[in-house]
Design a protein around this ligand. Sequence first.
Ligand SMILES: *Cc1c(COP(=O)(O)O)cnc(C)c1O
Length: 408
Amino acid sequence: MSAFCPDRFIPYGRPSIDEEDITAVVDVLKGDFLTTGPAVLEFEALLTDKTGAMYASVCNSGTAALHLAYLALGLDKGDQVIVPAVSFCATANAAAMCGADVIFADVDHQTGLVTENGLKEAAQKADPNRLKALSVVHLNGQLVNMEMASAFAKKHSLILVEDACHALGSSYDIYGQAYQVGQCAHSDLCCFSFHPVKNIAMGEGGAVTTNSNEFKSKTDQYRNHGLEMYPDQFVAMPGDAKDSGASWHREMHVLGYNYRAPDILCALASSQLKKLTKLKAERETLVGRYDRAFSAYPDLLRTLPKAYHQNPCWHLYPVFIDFDRLEINRETVIQKLKAARIGTQVHYWPIPSHPYWVEKSEDCSYPNADSYYKAELSLPLFSGLSFDEQDYVIRQLITVLRDGNHDA
Ligand SMILES: *Cc1c(COP(=O)(O)O)cnc(C)c1O
């Protein structure tokens, strides 16, 4: 066995920034627009090009993207929205920011993806007159069955939002026809995050894609203080503005936010997006290598079951460990790996378990979400992880699991 030892800490995720990315950012810094300039429009054009959606609104985080999507669909105080129990808390939080009530749906205990059963149970808890939207989360980069989700949304007259913060670059096919995530072929709005650990890095950033002209103008409006952008929509021009053509006049119709993304970061994001095919291929190769290596240890861990008819851009590499049966604590595993310079993380403690959400909902029993969470551990997965480093991660994890709680 080789005595490979990593020369630096291997985190569970790391952005992959090259000289081209740096040059793109520096070019913006030397120009006239640090924000609200051409780099924003260029990134939006590239996003529609890559996803196939008609429109994209770029904003300054995935959370802002979710909030903008919910605002655009008119989610309001007293409305209800279904959100899967396993996701990053922002999927639900953004609905609460609109004053809406969240009804959590249980997920598949092996994939963490929302199921038809989970959705049906959630719908039974909802008030049909208040239920307005459904959010689905493409966990780990693997996709929710969109044919099922869109049929469910249609049946209950819900606006369908995809939280694709993990899944930029993923695609699926239905009856031989391929669809990109973000294309919104089976949804109304799709949200992305470009946080540095996500599939492309922007620093902080996000986007909403849609094929609806109305949703696009609303997301644009809400991200910029609620200011109306089209002069033909002005309703309250003061006299002097009317008389003179009103080039300065701007009016606010709804309460909006400052969710604008700066050109500096959009330039980075465009440069990264141009490399998505390569970044995706690297992640896929690493996932294949992990899967093959771990298939030899079914007694120690399970890998993620892969859904058919899709081509994910893998965001996370989760493994599932029966810590009780192996008589080892998850924290012990995490600490031993950390001592070996390997970073891991747990994705996610179910949202309804968070104290804020416990207080807001009567029902906090999501058995499949709990069992997914109990076994999950995300291993390093990023473009630039070398095979030597990956083999080292595999060896260390197997050793730690074999040793159990004994000191190594
Ligand atoms: C990262 C993430 C978000 C939030 O994105 P930010 O850019 O960090 O605000 C929302 N949902 C999911 C599933 C995420 O992974």
